[in-house]
Ligand binder design. Structure first.
Ligand SMILES: Nc1ncnc2c1ncn2[C@@H]1O[C@H](COP(=O)(O)OP(=O)(O)OP(=O)(O)O)[C@@H](O)[C@H]1O
Ligand SMILES: [Mg+2]
Length: 367
């Protein structure tokens, strides 16, 4: 792989091509349905993440694509070719796991070269690729070290280099940052994004960390119980969740069932309260997705806003998160920049304003 490999931007010609297609995949383990008729297209060059809680079927889907697990029914296509009956080796895919899986008795360079030797590549090509890969993961000086002489983060970067060295059609990463501490994890996330961009390889990533998924991915598939609940780009997953499960799973949220009054230009809440806003909907009964950044607090007593009571104030590295309760019992969170304001104290009254909320679900009800 060359560092100048074709880069894929959303909307580019490459992205229009489908690299891997999972069609109607069904997989049971006894009574457990790990894949319940999953269909998924992974675009050429994209970074696609499977996000979901433990046991929802992320690893199983990945292993099925890799050919490590047989399907009960359905098909896997790579570059348009049906590979369902092919062995893992015949699929030309790369994998990186949570646990560092480097060969302990081999040097870093030998680890990276391993897959190329299996493919009987020549020495000159192997040496050149090892250099390129070490440069890609920015560890050119560690060539001769053994895995035991590397930090956890370095080991994962070498595991990435080893997986990318064989130029896989698709690189699958199953919680590769899961064993790292938070700070290193953040660093490696940025590295991973760069490596994806520079290598031009298609990445299928697995995590149960929603922030990680939103930060890294071109698209995120939110999974639950062997199914994909929503497949979308990170902004749409966050701002326009397809259903309550996705809204709840990704980020802090209040789902506010309310009535939209187009005549008055706002929403009326159960238990009283009216918040002015203009929405492009033609129904009355709607559900608003309210994130902490959509809620702005103002001191009680002055003008419009939803009357509420302050239940918690927490300072979190540069921002303050206030939790307030509306008369209906609904709890809203409000995030503002800077230190806590003396206007909002525990047990005190405040007025909440809702800005840029999204309508996620249009509930049944009179139009
Ligand atoms: N070999 C197996 N035999 C029996 N059940 C299995 C097997 N592999 C997976 N399962 C079950 O299938 C379901 C999906 O498992 P899978 O490993 O795909 O989940 P996951 O989303 O990767 O979870 P985690 O985040 O914990 O890794 C789980 O209920 C699991 O117990
Ligand atoms: Mg798993």
């Amino acid at each position: 792989m060359s560092l100048s490999a074709a880069k894929s931007q959303p909307g580019s010609a490459r992205m229009d091509k489908i690299k891997v297609s999972a069609r109607n995949i069904v997989k049971r383990f006894g009574a457990t349905i790990a894949a319940a008729d999953i269909s998924l297209d992974i675009r050429d060059g994209e970074f696609l993440t499977l996000l979901g809680e433990s046991g929802c079927g992320k690893t199983t889907l990945m292993r099925i694509i890799a050919g490590l697990e047989a399907v009960d029914s359905g098909a896997i296509l790579i570059d348009g070719r049906d590979v369902t009956a092919l062995s893992p080796r015949e699929r030309n895919l790369g994998m990186v796991f949570q646990q560092y899986s480097l060969f302990p008795h081999m040097s870093v360079a030998e680890n990276i070269a391993y897959g190329l030797r299996v493919k009987h590549k020549g020495e000159a090509e192997i040496s050149k690729t090892v250099d390129e890969m070490l440069e890609l993961v920015r560890l050119p000086d560690l060539r001769e070290r053994r895995p035991a002489q590397l930090s956890g983060g370095q080991q994962q970067r070498i595991a990435l280099a080893r997986a990318l060295a064989t130029r896989p059609s698709l690189l699958m990463l199953d919680e590769p940052l899961g064993a790292l501490d938070l700070k290193l994890r953040r660093q490696l996330q940025a590295e991973l994004k760069r490596i994806h961009r520079e290598s031009g390889t298609t990445f299928l990533f697995v995590t149960h960390d929603q922030d990680e998924a939103l930060f890294l991915s071109d698209r995120v598939a939110v999974m639950r119980a062997g199914q994909i609940e929503q497949l979308d780009d990170p902004t749409r997953i966050y701002c326009n969740p397809a259903n309550r499960f996705v809204a709840d799973f990704v980020g802090d949220v209040t789902l506010l069932d309310c009535e939209y009054d187009a005549m008055r230009g706002g929403i009326a809440l159960e238990g009283g309260g009216f918040a002015p806003m203009t929405l492009d909907v033609d129904r009355r009964c709607i559900t608003l997705v309210v994130r902490p950044e959509n809620v702005r607090l103002a001191p009680a007593g002055g003008g419009e806003g939803l009357a509420c009571k302050v239940e918690d104030v927490a300072y979190q590295a540069g921002t303050t998160l206030c939790t307030v309760r509306l008369p209906s019992g609904a709890v809203l969170k409000s995030r503002g920049l800077g230190a806590p304001s003396p206007d909002f104290v525990l047990g005190g009254e405040a007025l909440a304003h809702l800005d840029d909320c999204r309508v996620a679900f249009i509930r049944e009800g009179p139009a």
